[in-house]
Ligand binder design. Structure first.
Ligand code: ARG
Length: 457
């Protein structure tokens, strides 16, 4: 097929080179954005008297037909066309003749591709945001369902202090709330139209970029034509945000994997999200959580591949930039695939309050409270810390816990100990006494839930 850009070159490219060069097999997914953009472009050209109203109408009708035919599967993408932009223009010209050749006035594929990718990502961002909201709500519901469940909180993977299970999972809800915010923030920067920058220098035609941008739902237009066609920040920002999101899901996955092991037994994942082994009949494998954790690496990789591709590029457009799409599409696809599975897995997960409680009863996670008790009786914290440590060491030696050690023994360490110490180290009380804002106390947990509800309204 003769190349549209056949001019100073013969247009006779090697078949392998053609394949190598072509992006239609992956950029065809932007056909809707490409066609919508072209319709707005034709409208603008007519409004500015750059093309006639009749020709604009022909173009728009033609584009509408192409969109419909692709949607209905009547028209399939021609792999011989280099990319989606060429394909649409070629079919349009085939169908409506001369008028089709006018569409590419005052634009270039360089600003066109920059436009298409922004429009595409904007839509996907909204889709991802609504999936994040669903997950946050499911976490919130789990937190409400298991409001009173106590578990050990960990630092360094060592039992540290008693916390509410609800408080622990709400930590993930907070991360996801920031992910939502980050994406909204990015969307603002992405919502600026590059179309009209043309190849790199702008155009001699009397175009109206603001009008075209408005037709396409952009807030404003880019200020520098060179930047407009050479910038891939939106793709990079998108992948950075998605990497952070995946990192959050991956950490949560890691905990679910641990928690669903026999060593922990804190949760049991539903059969719907668990697989068996082909050889070991007893196995319940948390494959979905493992895959989310695994796919996080892939999203990081996508992000790194584009950062690396971009780092040495001179201004303005270079073909290297065609590498943006597979990376960002893969990240978006991966996130779109992970989110609903992850949400379903959380929604159907059972929490084993007894196992959490048992774990909380071992490991001296109320030792801080024992020290705080002495502080309450007037001892400086550092001295109280030392005594409590000695008592813990004794318990370990004698295979006891703080709750079972007799008052008499306590009093050998300090005369300040009295019967009420047992109340002070009672796990339930340890949790409810953590009244600081954002702490694990039940009131704080309620506040967190209310805050999320308010924010998501
Ligand atoms: N397929 C190209 C891309 O994805 C579109 C822009 C091509 N521009 C050009 N001058 N070759 O980046």
């Amino acid at each position: 097929m003769a190349k549209m850009w056949k001019g100073v070159t013969s247009g006779n490219t090697d078949a392998l080179a053609d394949d190598f060069n072509s992006s239609i097999h992956f950029d065809n997914r932007m056909y809707r954005e490409d066609i919508t953009g072209s319709m707005a472009h034709a409208k603008m050209l007519a409004k500015q008297d750059i093309i006639s109203k009749e020709n604009a109408e022909k173009i728009i009708d033609g584009l509408q037909g192409i969109l419909k035919d692709i949607d209905e599967g009547i028209l399939s993408f021609d792999p011989a066309c280099e990319d989606i932009h060429m394909f649409v223009e070629e079919i349009l010209t085939e169908r409506i003749g001369e008028a089709g050749k006018m569409l590419h006035t005052a634009r270039s594929r360089n600003d066109q591709v920059a436009l298409d990718i922004r429009m595409y990502l904007k839509n996907r961002t909204e889709q991802i945001q609504s999936l994040i909201k669903e997950l946050v709500l499911v976490i919130k519901e789990k937190a409400e369902e298991y409001q009173d469940v106590i578990m050990p909180g960990y630092t360094h993977m060592q039992r540290a202090q008693p916390i509410l299970f609800a408080h622990h999972i709400l930590a993930y809800a907070m991360m996801l709330m920031r992910d939502l915010d980050r994406l909204s923030d990015m969307k603002k920067r992405m919502n600026v139209s590059p179309i009209g920058a043309c190849a790199l220098a702008g155009t001699t035609y009397n175009t109206d970029r603001d009008y075209e941008a408005e037709l396409l739902g952009f807030d404003s237009v880019t200020m520098n034509s060179i930047d407009s066609v050479s910038d891939r920040d939106s793709c990079l920002e998108m992948m950075s945000d998605l990497s952070i999101l995946m990192m959050h899901l991956s950490r949560f996955s890691e905990e679910l994997i641990l928690w669903s092991s026999w060593e922990f037994r804190f949760v049991s994942l539903s059969d719907a999200y668990t697989t068996g082994s082909s050889i070991m009949p007893q196995k319940r494998n948390p494959d979905m959580a493992e895959l989310v954790r695994g796919k996080t690496g892939r999203v990081y990789g996508d992000m790194m591949s584009l950062f690396t591709a971009m780092k040495g590029l001179p201004l303005a457009y270079n073909k290297d930039m065609q590498e943006d799409k597979e990376a960002v599409f893969d990240s978006v696809d991966t996130v779109l695939m992970c989110m609903p599975v992850f949400t379903g897995m959380i929604q159907t997960m059972q929490v084993n309050a007894d196992a959490m409680r048992k774990a909380a009863e071992r490991g001296f996670i109320n030792a801080t409270d024992l020290a705080d008790y002495l502080v309450g009786k007037g001892m400086p914290f550092r001295s109280a810390y030392k005594i409590s440590g000695e008592i813990v060491a004794l318990c370990m030696q004698e295979d006891q816990v703080l709750e079972t050690l007799p008052l008499k023994t306590y009093q050998e360490y300090s005369a300040l100990f009295a019967e009420d110490l047992y109340e002070a180290i009672n796990l339930q009380n340890c949790v409810s006494k953590r009244i600081s804002k954002g702490g694990t106390g039940p009131q704080s947990v309620q506040e967190q839930i209310a805050w999320i509800e308010e924010k998501l309204k």
